[in-house]
Design a protein around this ligand. Structure first.
Ligand SMILES: [Zn+2]
Ligand SMILES: [Zn+2]
Length: 434
């Protein structure tokens, strides 16, 4: 089967392409740009739309196994498709944790069964994510793990993280750390600052993040391992990483859309959908994140999609679990907050949501080079629309952006040359294509 995407503005920073071109997909691969056959099996008219390599969200939580009422790998893959995300990488803080070969294989199997966007497992750094002993990292790689992380929690023991960086280096995989000094952040439910003081809520200081970022950068330097810092949220972290990169330390990092769109003032509403970890910070931190995204200090945008049921979130702010869902709002928030006002170019946006995360995870994606996997997202950037959580494909609804007016709507999501999401059809499937 082959497919031609006609007349769209193709933006592919990996190849320095930004112009109106036809794209030819054949047998699940990119066959050609520009030079397309006259009688393809199927055609998508992309006139006025933007055609980019499929989005790669390198930080999501899919709750299977253990908490399937919040999200499953299938519902997560569906949510990804609706968000224009053709590949996502799921964190291992499931029950039980993804800390062995069979558990990683299970994720890959469920992803294939779902037949939507690709889901790649991230293996735990330590057994059971308990922070005591290293997990069987070789087995995890054999099972398909693309990175290692104990996310949800930090790897608190510096010696364990040092060894993990060394082992992961042998497999050419990154170690992703959730940087939070638990002693400093203890009992905190929001950013420590003026707002937490006024509200009388216990705070988590910027230092609780930055101390561990600094420690991890030192460990990356002495091991030469590949360190990735998850969800950078403070101006101090951005500055530490900027300096480390200038010194040649091997480090990459990501920011989540809520950390460049919202501040701790949102917590004044006491809406538990503003409770995330790391917490929403100050306006100055938001500005620093934006600068980091623009100047190359921050490499990727990842959602940290963290589903929770209504019952769990429908409690007093202090008792609610941390986290919001984000795969279906990642692109519109990034486009509206960063591209529209000119903070970054559209091409830089594609680097942040596709090219770079694919590179960090060593996936043959994030590019429209002939021969690459035919994973493509087609975006309508012209029309303004309103985020409606009731339309989400995720099983959960914990999202603070309901009712927001945004640009950057996903028109089609194509995985391995097949349409898995079509905004005009309630639910596109491989069978109903085109
Ligand atoms: Zn985390
Ligand atoms: Zn996370």
């Amino acid at each position: 089967m082959n497919l031609v995407i006609k007349g769209g503005r193709v933006v592919d920073p990996a190849n320095g392409v930004d112009k109106v071109l036809d794209v030819y997909l054949s047998d699940g691969k990119i066959a050609a740009l520009g030079n397309v056959p006259s009688n393809p099996d199927h055609t998508i008219d992309a006139t006025g739309l933007v055609v980019v390599p499929g989005l790669v969200d390198m930080h999501v939580h899919l709750r299977e196994p253990g908490n399937e009422e919040e999200e499953t790998i299938a519902s997560g893959a569906e949510s990804a498709s609706a968000g224009g995300i053709t590949s996502c990488a799921c964190m291992p803080n499931t029950e039980p944790a993804i800390d062995n070969e069979a558990a990683a294989e299970f994720v890959i199997l469920q992803s294939r069964r779902a037949g939507r966007s690709n889901v790649f497992p991230i293996g735990a750094v330590t057994k059971g994510r308990k922070g005591q002993q290293l997990a069987e990292m070789g087995g995890l790689v054999r099972g398909g793990a693309v990175a290692f992380s104990d996310d949800g929690d930090p790897v608190a023991n510096a010696e364990l993280l040092r060894r993990a960086l060394l082992y992961a280096k042998m497999f050419d995989k990154p170690v992703i750390n959730h940087c939070e000094n638990k002693e400093l952040a203890e009992r905190g439910v929001m950013n420590a600052g003026m707002v937490s003081m006024i509200l009388g809520l216990p705070g988590m200081s910027s230092a609780s993040e930055e101390i561990m970022v600094a420690r991890d950068l030192a460990l990356a330097e002495i091991t030469g391992g590949s360190l990735h810092i998850a969800h950078v949220s403070t101006a101090g972290s951005v500055e530490l990483i900027r300096t480390a990169k200038a010194r040649g330390i091997r480090v990459s990092c990501e920011a989540a859309p809520h950390h460049f769109t919202l501040t701790d003032k949102c917590v004044e509403t006491f809406d538990p959908n503003y409770k995330v970890n790391p917490p929403l910070r100050t306006a100055a931190d938001v500005e620093a994140i934006k600068e980091g995204l623009a100047d190359g200090t921050i490499d990727a945008i990842a959602s940290d999609h963290a589903p929770h049921t209504q019952e769990e979130k429908d409690v007093e702010f202090s008792f609610a679990p941390f986290g919001i869902i984000g795969m279906e709002t990642l692109l519109p928030l990034t486009y509206t907050e960063l591209v529209l006002p000119g903070v970054i170019s559209l091409s830089r946006c594609v680097e942040l949501v596709s090219t770079n995360p694919a590179k960090i995870l060593r996936l043959s994606k994030g590019t429209l080079s002939p021969g690459a996997d035919a994973d493509i997202t087609i975006i309508d950037t012209q029309t303004q629309w309103e985020i409606d959580v009731s339309k989400f494909r995720s099983k959960s609804r914990n999202c603070p952006f309901h009712g927001c007016k945004v640009h950057g709507r996903v028109g089609y999501t194509i995985v391995s040359g097949k349409v898995v999401f079509d905004a005009d059809v309630e639910s596109a499937t491989w069978e109903t294509f085109p």
